[in-house]
Design a protein around this ligand. Sequence first.
Ligand code: PLP
Length: 263
Amino acid sequence: MRQPLPPVVLVLAGHDPTGGAGLIADSESIAACGGWAVTVPTALTIQNCHNVVRVVPTDAYLINQMVDEIATLPVAAIKLGLISSESTLEAAISIIRRFPGVPVVADPVLKAGGGAELSTPELRQQYIERLLPLVDILTPNRAELAALTPECQSTDDDTARAVALLSLGCQAVLVSATDDPLPGNDDQVLLTLHSPDNTRQWPWPRLPEQFHGSGCTLASAIAARLAVGERLLTACEQAQHYTWQSLSHGYETPSGQFLPNRT
Ligand code: PLP
C-alpha cells in the first residue's frame, strides 16, 4: 500500500564507517523517530571504535550541488553534525538560508570521543559568530559548551555559558552532562534545556559504558521529532527517551566504545 513520505530531515554531517556516529547514526535515529533522512556528507572520516584517524572535508561545491538536487523535497527540519572546514561551514550557512523557517538542530562536533580534535580555534570562532545565530537548538556536551564559550572560562556555571550562547541568537541549548558529571551527580546524567523563557532538567541513570554516537543519536532524534511537528520541549523529551533506549540496549564491540542500538 502506498504511504505518504514521512517528514524530511536534511542532514549535513560526516560519514563514520563504524556506523556509530555521523550520517548512519542520523539516518537510523531519524527513521526510528518518524522522519525521512536526506543525507549530505560534509566530510569522510577514517576511524575505528576508539578514535578518529583522519577527516577529509567534502568540497563545498559538491555539498551545494547535492542539496540543489534534493531541494524540491519538503524539508521539515535540518540537522547539522560535523563541520570540519571553513568552506563546509560556509556551505551549511547558505543551505540553512535556503530553507527559511525550517528548524535547525546543531550538534557541535568538536572532538571525537577518543580525543581527536575535529575542529580548530578559528573554525570554532566562525561557528560561534556566523552559524549559531541561525540555530534553533544546539546540543553540546559540557566540554563542547565550554569550548564554545571561552569568554566564560573562569566559571564552571553551565547556565552562564548557555545564556552566552542564547545571547548570540541561538534559540535553545540542550546540554548533556554525559562527558563530565555535575558535582554530586556521579550516578546520573543530567540533560538541561536552556531557552530564553525556560530551564528544564532531566536526570537519567548513568550507564557504565562509553558510547560512540550518543550525541548524533540525540540531536537527530530531536530533529525528527521537530519535523513531525512536536514542540521543542516535547521533542527534547521524546528524543531523550529514544536515546536512552538506544544506549541501554547498545552493542558491545570487540574493543573500544559501545555502539547504540537504534532499531
Ligand atoms: N560525527 C562524526 C562523523 C564523528 O566521527 C563523530 C565522532 O567521532 C561524531 C559525529 C560525534 O560523535 P558523538 O555523537 O559520539 O559525539
